[in-house]
Ligand binder design. Sequence first.
Ligand SMILES: NC(=O)c1ccc[n+]([C@@H]2O[C@H](COP(=O)([O-])OP(=O)(O)OC[C@H]3O[C@@H](n4cnc5c(N)ncnc54)[C@H](OP(=O)(O)O)[C@@H]3O)[C@@H](O)[C@H]2O)c1
Length: 323
Amino acid sequence: MKALVNTKYGNHEVLEYKDVEKPAPKKNEVLIKVHSVSLNSSDMENLTGHPGYIRIFGPFKPAIHILGSDISGIVEAVGKKVSKFQVGDKVVVDLLMICGGLAEYVCAPEKRIHKKLVGMSFEIASTILQAADVAFQGINTKGRVKQGQKVLIIGAGGGSGSFAIQLAKHYGAEVTGVDNGSKLDLMKSLGADHVIDYTQVDCTKTKERYDLILDLVAAHPLLQYKSALNPGGKYFIVGGKLSRIFKTLIFGPILSLFSKKKMGMLFVKTSKYLDDIVTLVKNGIIKPSIKHKFDLKDAAEGFRLLIEGQSKGKIIITVVKSR
Ligand SMILES: NC(=O)c1ccc[n+]([C@@H]2O[C@H](COP(=O)([O-])OP(=O)(O)OC[C@H]3O[C@@H](n4cnc5c(N)ncnc54)[C@H](OP(=O)(O)O)[C@@H]3O)[C@@H](O)[C@H]2O)c1
């Protein structure tokens, strides 16, 4: 089968489109014929080897040789112990930490797979996994955003941020989106009330104070974020540099002690809220913002856009053209 293979850390140029052996499902696995894959920054991180936590399982060479975790497709074969799926089922799966989707076929553990919603295209289905999970849990977890609250989303023009803006607006929040200047129009079109170009303005140093800060990139020191929170406000880091994540894990709880402001890391639970997300998409409340599409053989171009900061919303890799 054809696949996009990466055997060393680097930029999009290390990716090779080539023939590899078709995988065979183990007893608890399902073999999926891949139709669509959406790229996430986690794919880019696995490609480049940054931030540092990516290298825990592969200090010098990547442990994962075929990237792509948000996958939709059709069941091609099932392992002996698989009971919930059969050949021909249309499915979605988030294979965060396993990957393998940038190929014609991928094997996935049965317990991670979900049936694709009838009527939803393979493309849309592949976008509502990791990025929508991050957005949904970031905006909902530990107390849903309330009507009139002020929400700051840092990295709002990317995959997760584009869902997070729509969701926070749906709950009645006043939303400020932060990203680079080329994504200001996109953020506004998704509903952001205010937008900030991070290359021009430090969003923690304006006079605004927020009830929730969802930080997808870990751009600023913790104390700066704390000062940008309203009393009772919450700050969650989702991703970013290893050093900032460590500092948040260690100092977040300390800074939250004896304070009405709460700071910490959001650990996203893979596909836990998929049914809620599917309902939101079905009812038109959140729409995936698909701005780039590539065939599998050209998928390296999608990585180039991510690496060079030129991507907007979600990037789709179409493996089989279909609905
Ligand atoms: N905690 C968990 O359990 C968990 C699970 C899954 C994923 N994640 C993490 O969640 C994050 C989600 O990212 P994503 O897929 O939405 O990424 P994405 O599509 O790459 O979006 C990130 C956006 O942030 C922008 N950005 C970069 N630096 C910025 C700054 N200083 N201020 C404001 N915006 C900035 C980027 O713009 P440029 O183009 O200018 O770079 C990009 O538009 C990733 O870090 C991922 O690792 C965490």
